[in-house]
Design a binder for this molecule. Structure first.
Ligand code: SF4
Length: 210
């Protein structure tokens, strides 16, 4: 297998421009004491009643990392306690239940970013619950041009599982299998991430064969 990185020229051209540093979003100067629930409701309502309401962008912050990187300037807490992830997901779901109904369900979510911290601090089950709740509360776009992304710490096995599953969603079986092969090397088999990606590839193959 080639070890050369593969660059997608379309993606490079698309992002070859200055952009905001999104690791804390909204950025710190945009947090204001005088913007509370009432203002949020009013702005959401106003955005719904535009003649052509804009698509929705969502950012979900997962503020935990397993270990520190010394160059890091992100808003994160170092922890190895999975219970913190569980507690945090509960809070996120609660926030979702409050915020999602403020937005017109005809508006599609075209941009979704899971950042942190390290979103793969959450277990696959916790992440699935979070994504299911997002899909339940909002109308997630299915078009190819949507921008759905997740920050992953590549030092952890979950990164290979998630990236492999993302490649399956993009119908790139070969790349998904490359991540399965990577997991086979780094997992002490059996491991949950290897099993889950293998199962997803099996299901993909079964559907493709029909
Ligand atoms: S994984 Fe990212 S957020 Fe976490 S410490 Fe390293 S650079 Fe910071």
């Amino acid at each position: 297998m080639s070890t050369q990185p593969v660059f997608d020229i379309g993606v490079l051209c698309r992002y070859d421009c200055p952009g905001p540093r999104y690791t804390s979003y909204p950025t710190a100067p945009q947090f204001r004491e005088d913007f509370g629930e009432e203002q949020l409701r009013r702005w959401a309502w106003r955005s719904n009643i535009q003649i052509s309401p804009r698509p929705i962008s969502l950012y979900v912050h997962v503020p935990y990392c397993f270990s520190p990187c010394f160059y890091c300037g992100c808003n994160r807490t170092i922890s190895r306690d999975p219970a913190r992830g569980e507690h945090y997901v509960e809070r996120l779901l609660q926030e979702l239940r409050l915020v999602a109904p403020l937005f017109d369900t005809r508006r599609e979510v075209m941009q979704l970013h899971l950042g942190g911290g390290t979103p793969n601090f959450l277990s696959p089950t916790q992440l699935s619950r979070l994504l299911a709740a997002l899909a339940d509360g909002f109308r997630l776009s299915g078009v190819a041009e949507r921008d759905f992304s997740i920050e992953l710490d590549p030092r952890h096995r979950g990164a290979h599982e998630y990236i492999g599953e993302a490649y399956l969603m993009m119908n790139d079986l070969a790349k998904a299998e490359a991540h399965l092969a990577a997991l086979e090397k780094i997992c002490l088999i059996p491991c949950e991430e290897y099993d889950d990606l293998k199962k997803a590839i099996g299901e993909y193959r079964r559907k493709a064969a029909k």
